[in-house]
Design a protein around this ligand. Sequence first.
Ligand SMILES: CC/C=C\C/C=C\C/C=C\C/C=C\C/C=C\CCCC(=O)SCCNC(=O)CCNC(=O)[C@H](O)C(C)(C)COP(=O)(O)OP(=O)(O)OC[C@H]1O[C@@H](n2cnc3c(N)ncnc32)[C@H](O)[C@@H]1OP(=O)(O)O
Ligand code: FAD
Length: 627
Amino acid sequence: NDTSMQHRNLNHMTREERFSEAMRRTLYALKVLLPREGWTPVGPEMKYLARAIKEFTFIIHAGVFIPCIMSYGTNEQIAKWFPLAADFRIIGTYAQTELGHGSFLRGLETIATYDRANQEFIINCPKITAMKWWPGDMGKSANHVLLMAELVIDGKKYGMHGFMVQIRDLTTHEPLPGVTVGDIGAKLSFESVDNGFLYLQNVRIPRENLLSKLSEVHPDGTYIKKGNQRLMYGSMVRVRVNLIAHEIVMPLAKACTIAVRYSAVRRQGLINPSKEEVPVLDYVAQQHKLLPQVATVFMAHFAAKQLVKMHHDYSLEVEKGNTSQLPELHALSAGMKACLSEQGAAGAEIVRRACGGHGYSCGSGLPFIVNRMLATCTYEGENTVMQLQCARYLIKCADQAKKDKLTGSVWYLSDFSNMSCTAQTFGDLQEPSVLVKLHERRAKCAVQHAGKKMQNMVKNGTPAHDAWNMMATLLINAARAHIMQYVVGTSVTYISELSCSASLKKILTQLCALYALHNINSNCGDFVKFGCLTSAQCDLAQEAEFNLLKQLRPDAVGIVDSFDFTDDILQSCLGAYDGNVYERLFEWAKQAPMNKTEVHQDSYQYLQPYLHEGRDVLEGRGRNSKL
Ligand SMILES: CC/C=C\C/C=C\C/C=C\C/C=C\C/C=C\CCCC(=O)SCCNC(=O)CCNC(=O)[C@H](O)C(C)(C)COP(=O)(O)OP(=O)(O)OC[C@H]1O[C@@H](n2cnc3c(N)ncnc32)[C@H](O)[C@@H]1OP(=O)(O)O
Ligand SMILES: Cc1cc2nc3c(=O)[nH]c(=O)nc-3n(C[C@H](O)[C@H](O)[C@H](O)COP(=O)(O)OP(=O)(O)OC[C@H]3O[C@@H](n4cnc5c(N)ncnc54)[C@H](O)[C@@H]3O)c2cc1C
């Protein structure tokens, strides 16, 4: 209810207005509303902030830069930089991606050369492709960057390391000498974020600015490794784990809220010719578009909670020096981020499209969500690259499963029990245990299939790297299958262990079954090819899904209302709680800057001569046109 937090109509603002408004609101929220003592930008408050603010700034500062200080800094470095960053007295970003490289980190070209005489690192972008490009908050906001660069000592390369580099003056905010920095221009979304470019030429930083938890450089230039170097990639794992809730589950929940509420209000056409026009939500085709996406919100939420817990447990182990869980966590977080962002972004577009013309209006609030979710498929690890990382781990585990009993998320790869499906009715296929088994079997077969294909190619003389490249599509499918079985399995377990009312558990169980069946029906080729289901059972699976749509239809609005988004955060004429869609759309349109005058003078000057000629002809004064 604080008017300082109320969103003005973003669509009627320029990009620069949105940039400064987002910064105003974010700082107001962080520095005025939150209790000063005790909170940190990576604490639970961020979840509520991210929920309450439609466009906030400092996502990378809070979600990546600060956690990196904690992950890569020594205790002294954390003590120096964390308080400054947590209190926004320095603003940072995570500068890793370059104009020429984003996925292949070993190809990054920015160099940090150690200058023993002065005990400094000299930072250079040797050519244009080495320029840092994309980091959020970097164009105009950040005055520091956590720069990921190749460490070089006496001509020898030591790989990517993290360096704290100040890029702007803390008094004037002007770029420092050797620093060329700015905004990369208009993007598909994130209008309020100043993703930036950064060209560094002979910028000197103290030796102490190498974040040295995992490695350090002594004054004489001696390089010391201090831990598992793969932890250097740890910040990316954390962001992949965290962004699922913030950037996939929550936006999809907003989109579903808008689309389901609108579909309950919008009457269009007849089902029974003798009755009145129906709400489009009564069309099974509409239910088939919307309700599986509502189910995805819940299942992705449950699976993400499990992944966050796994990451938390892993972090405690790393503190004790045990990094044994890292390979599985990397594979799972990479696969989950890729597959759920793919599903979420596609799902948001499906529900937007289900709202017809008004879904194409920015007044619906849906284009904002769809465009922003599209970015989740690219940042923090491009999806294809992440799915292949996940597949790399699965293929290794499948080989190991031939001799060892596997545990963790890949345990099913060493499950050689009879997994044939005996379902005779569509009710059998709504059983959670049956759905879990089906997904495990499909995933196991998909991984083995990809592995077998590559082995056969190598046996026939194909180099392993070429076999990998040629089978990439099968490997990506295996990664998707693995994640789907993980999401279904963790969700079934989570719901079964949830202490809640029987009626709520019934709805959640139905949603879980709907998610699993929708996945089966969307990938039935795999389920038949791998012998998981017969063709007749595939028919039953479709029947089972349609039956669940019918069962869930009466509760559809109640379910999305449970996401509890305010009208202010939805910013949607279609999804407002009162359902007054048409009045809201009309009011919204009238506020458009285009309508601040009845005649748009700038364009009228071009039209005027022709209009006056038309007027004269119609009033009998003008000459007939040549046409
Ligand atoms: C007010 C604010 C309010 C709210 C904010 C708060 C919170 C918000 C929450 C989150 C933020 C939300 C949104 C953020 C928005 C935008 C953020 C975007 C930021 C970015 O995009 S940062 C840049 C991201 N870039 C990448 O992800 C690069 C991807 N590429 C790579 O990771 C690597 O290049 C690679 C893995 C593809 C290949 O690396 P490589 O060549 O070195 O490795 P190999 O493939 O040869 O494998 C070697 C070996 O290493 C293992 N490995 C690889 N990666 C990892 C890892 N990350 N962890 C552990 N192990 C890893 C791999 O498995 C191999 O092992 P093996 O045993 O040899 O098989
Ligand atoms: C909104 C947004 C915010 C961002 N914020 C940040 C940030 O704060 N900090 C930061 O450092 N970066 C940031 N990024 C950059 C982001 O991390 C990179 O865009 C991402 O890692 C992909 O790298 P790239 O763009 O260079 O694509 P490339 O790596 O060039 O990939 C291009 C395409 O090639 C294909 N491809 C690449 N490698 C392979 C492979 N091994 N196998 C098969 N196909 C492959 C894929 O289809 C891929 O889409 C942001 C990006 C966006 C869009």
